[in-house]
Ligand binder design. Structure first.
Ligand code: ZN
Ligand code: MN
Length: 489
């Protein structure tokens, strides 16, 4: 008997990303987030009669870079279409989008470190479209308030194949995608500004006779605006579908909404999902031909992508995967790291310092690295003093904090304050002799086997040098002196 195979989740995502343009997709209105309601509007984005749209060239460029970042094939010719539907936040009565011929087809995003294996998520397509407005329902007054500032803000919609196999994997995909888009300069992907929103397609499947799959009906959960909500909504759907299978009750293909407070999804009213968008080519915009030279130029503007950079950091600098991931996830830290190494810093020391001191400072103050007056060259010089034993790690941290505050070169601080550690053996040996002579009891105790006495003696050496002795070396020289001493006895 061969029991029937287990059901597993099958997950596809549709992601809307706001492109980092100054103005909207088809008019000159500002695309900035957070302006007072209905201040960034004009006849075009309000869909007033007689107004005509014009394509924002920068949005098209960023769309092409977005497509390249996920490995998509940019189409040589494309056009916009009208997606017709009626909703209060859509004053035109249609959204300008792409349907039959999107901006790009194909691509993939590779996730490493997911359950110790590499996973590939195929991209089906990337297309351009405009955002809709925002409605706010007031429970108090029963009114709905409309803000049209978002109307016409340029979006790239990225559609994946249903290649993700768990809620955690969907989240890992989104995190990788966000890193890709940031590095490519396509979007800042500020979640709090709604710059990334996600629709989820979900069902449970198992292999069936032949090569086929059988499974539950697909649920579509719409408009999730945080990675956490995506994961939670999917976890909820996994158990809902499993229960349906167990109870033998059939599911229906439907659109669902996520209730963040209650942690559940619920079915949309069927009217909401009865869609016939009657797509047709946008008559007010010409078809677009993408000049291959421009496409190539833009592709070259996409810098090294996070996965390749992580791999290079592991191979070239021998960093562990945690350090490589942590540095690369914030491009400015990774750039600072590479420059410090180019200035001669040891890669592991530089990585530790940047992920500890530098990132700690940035997190605590909310500053960006560009705000700080320190340079990779300063860090490299400081780290080489530590590596040579010229100053202690604690001293290095002190002069570094001063540099971060004042921009004062940490190496000159060390020189001028005479903080340089005493690491010269002759000088230390002379001090060690003095300390032993002045503290015969402690010396005796140590030679009699009391390890603790050594700490006291090291402390005396540090005291004589006002903390400037290299403590490790002082320890070594003391041991040597005392051991020699005991041999003579
Ligand atoms: Zn406008
Ligand atoms: Mn869309």
């Amino acid at each position: 008997m061969t029991g029937s195979p287990e059901y597993r989740p099958m997950i596809g995502l549709e992601i809307h990303v706001a492109l980092a343009t100054r103005s909207k997709m088809f008019c000159g209105c500002s695309a900035e987030f957070g302006a007072p309601p209905n201040t960034n509007v004009c006849p075009v984005c309000l869909g007033l009669p007689g107004s005509l749209p014009a394509i924002n060239a920068r949005a098209l460029e960023l769309g092409i870079m977005c497509a390249r970042a996920v490995g998509g094939q940019v189409q040589a010719r494309m056009h916009f279409e009208r997606k017709n539907y009626h909703y209060p936040d859509l004053p035109k009565g249609y959204q300008i989008s792409q349907y039959a011929v999107p901006l790009a087809i194909g691509g993939e995003v590779v996730l490493d470190d997911v359950e110790d294996a590499e996973r590939r998520v195929r991209i089906r397509r990337v297309h351009l479209e405009e955002d809709a407005g925002k409605s706010t329902h007031s429970a108090e007054t029963g009114h709905t308030l409309l803000d049209f500032n978002r109307c016409g803000v340029p979006l790239a919609e990225i559609v994946t194949e249903p290649d993700m196999r768990s809620p955690g994997e969907a989240r890992a995909f989104l995190e990788e995608l966000r890193a890709l888009l940031r590095v490519a300069g396509v979007s800042e992907v500020r979640m709090e500004a709604g710059e990334l929103r996600c629709d989820v397609n979900f069902n449970l499947v198992r292999s069936a006779a032949g090569d086929g799959l059988e499974g539950t009906e697909i649920s579509e959960v719409k408009n999730l605006n945080s990675f956490r909500s995506v994961q939670r909504a999917l976890e909820y759907e996994v158990s809902r579908h499993r229960e349906a299978i167990r109870g033998g009750e059939p599911l229906v293909h439907e659109t669902r909404h996520w209730d963040e407070e209650r942690g559940i999804t619920y079915a949309a009213r069927s009217k909401e999902e009865a869609h016939d968008y009657r797509y047709f080519p946008e008559p007010d915009l010409p078809p677009i031909s993408v000049d291959p030279d421009l496409a190539q130029y833009l592709a070259a503007q996409v810098p090294e992508l996070p996965r390749a950079r992580r791999r290079r950091f592991r191979n070239e600098f021998d960093l562990g995967s945690y350090d490589a991931r942590a540095l690369v996830s914030e491009a400015e830290l990774a750039d600072f790291f590479e420059e410090a190494v180019a200035e001669g810093a040891d890669p592991k020391d530089a990585a530790n310092w940047i992920l500890g001191e530098v990132r700690g400072h940035l997190n605590a103050t909310g500053d960006s690295l560009a705000d700080l007056p320190v340079t990779p060259r300063m860090l490299a010089a400081l780290l080489s003093l530590v590596a040579a034993g010229e100053i202690s790690g604690t001293m290095a941290k002190d002069v570094w904090s001063e540099a971060v505050e004042t921009g004062r070169d940490p190496v000159s601080s060390v020189e001028e304050s005479g903080l340089r550690q005493i690491s010269d053996e002759e000088t230390l040996d002379a001090l060690v002799e003095e300390v032993i002579e002045e503290n015969p009891d402690a010396a005796e105790e140590f030679t009699a086997g009391k390890e603790k006495a050594l700490g006291f003696l090291v402390g005396q050496v540090m005291k004589k040098t006002r903390g400037q002795a290299n403590p490790q070396l002082a320890n070594e020289r003391l041991r040597k002196a005392l051991r020699n001493g005991s041999d003579h006895r």
